[in-house]
Design a protein around this ligand. Structure first.
Ligand SMILES: *Cc1c(COP(=O)(O)O)cnc(C)c1O
Length: 413
């Protein structure tokens, strides 16, 4: 990775970038929302397109000199529509939260009622959390999961009938089961609500046909591009044709100024990659790896919310160990595994402490890890949690994770 110019101009930043590269190379990345982009995606993100202002849409810009970014943005739009089978795509949202905000700005008035998944049950901040714009400016009703970690669709329906939301949001940041978009559509139709499917986490699985697509059912589909889709950090909104003009207006001038055309180009490249046959193999391996990790953890006596995962992630339930998510995520960091603490359903601990750890396999799968490696990772996790107070043991376990990292070099040469 060449950063020779940064080294000259700003050695302090260059040093941290180099250390960050080493951190990524020498740790096992199990944060379920992270991935490792290709060098092609990174080149686009680091390209001269960062210099360009391009407010507006392709061929309808407020600035001159947009002939090349127009072609690039149209490529990204076309690829998104083809991959996700949607009529229209806006590829300008700076992030997943911005994509959701634009849908809200288009579809709702302040004070309208929305029905989304509760944050502590696996939903996202932007689905109605009281500390987020979605909770501050709208009347939020939330659904959760049952003891087995499944969405209770009858409960969703009852809440919808009772509160008559204008918008129902499905999609999650921490849900290990398949989402039934058809059922959500039936509920939305029954109460006359619009349906937003936020597939930020599972977009890569949807593209590969491993998770059912919301395309036949949702009015709006939002996604991030940097999670299982393996692109640059950013967002996309897709919708039915009837909403296209309104969604575009909500993105710009509604909530954003100039689009990040270097990131739009990186999205185009990532979407090209996601359309290749190798990507389907990759996405299938993500799920195989997640199942191998889950089975390994279960075999080592650990609990997982809802048992076996059906997608790319799972939540380790630490309640019976008497240890907390916060402490154990730090212990895992000491043995070279990066993951985040997460609440479990009905968590007795606060969201800052938690009784769970979320684990996901998109990043390690990009790196080349296979099922047998994930079984080793499961052992590492179980051993580290058992030996959380034993420094000598933790140091030995760290050697095991380092050996796995060396087996799959990252960004070398
Ligand atoms: C990650 C995520 C987002 C937000 O993405 P950012 O790019 O971090 O703003 C939105 N919705 C869901 C379901 C997510 O998992």
């Amino acid at each position: 990775m060449n950063i020779e110019h940064i080294k000259k101009v700003d050695p302090m930043v260059a040093e941290q970038i180099e250390l960050e590269l080493k951190r990524q190379q020498e740790t096992i990345e199990l944060i379920a929302s992270e991935n490792i982009t290709s060098l092609a995606v990174m080149e686009a993100a680091g390209s001269v397109l960062t210099n360009k202002y391009a407010e507006g849409k392709p061929h309808k810009r407020f600035y001159n000199g947009c002939e090349h970014v127009d072609v690039i943005e149209e490529l990204a739009q076309k690829r998104a529509c083809e991959l996700f089978h949607m009529d229209h795509a806006n590829v300008q949202p700076h992030s997943g939260a911005q994509a959701n905000m634009a849908v809200f700005v288009y579809a709702l008035k302040i004070g309208d009622t929305i029905l989304g998944m509760d944050l502590s049950n696996g939903g996202h901040l932007s689905h109605g959390s009281p500390v987020n714009f979605s909770g501050l400016y709208f009347n939020v009703k939330s659904y959760g999961v049952d003891e087995n970690g499944n969405i209770d669709y009858e409960n969703v329906r009852q809440l919808a009938l009772e509160h008559k939301p204008k918008l129902i949001i499905c999609g999650a940041s921490n849900y290990s089961k398949v989402i039934d978009f058809k059922k959500f559509k039936e509920i939305a139709d029954e109460v006359g609500a619009l349906l937003l499917a936020d597939i930020a986490h599972i977009a890569g699985l949807v593209v590969a046909g491993i998770h059912p697509s919301p395309a036949p059912y949702a009015d709006f589909v939002t996604t991030t591009t940097h999670k299982s889709l393996r692109g640059p950090r950013g967002g996309i909104i897709m919708c039915k044709e009837e909403h296209a003009a309104g969604i575009d207006k909500a993105v710009f001038p509604g909530i954003q100024g100039g689009p990040l055309e270097h990131i739009v180009a990186a999205k185009a490249v990532a979407l090209k990659e996601a359309g290749e046959p190798e990507f389907k193999t990759y996405a299938e391996q993500i799920v195989k790896n997640a199942k191998a990790l889950a089975q390994g953890l279960l075999d080592n006596g650990m609990d997982i919310v809802g048992g076996m995962t059906e997608n790319h992630l799972m939540t380790l339930d630490l309640r019976k160990t008497g240890k907390t998510g916060k402490d154990m995520a730090n212990v895992l960091e000491r043995v070279g595994i990066t993951a985040n603490k997460n609440t479990v359903p009905n968590d007795p601990q606060s969201p800052f402490v938690t009784s769970g750890i979320r684990l996901g396999t998109p990043a390690v799968t990009t790196r080349g890890f296979k099922e047998e490696d994930l079984r080793v990772v499961a052992e590492i996790i179980a051993d580290a949690i058992k030996n959380s107070d034993n420094d000598a043991e933790l140091a030995k376990i760290r050697e095991k994770s380092l050996a796995l990292c060396k087996k799959y070099p990252l960004y070398e040469g």
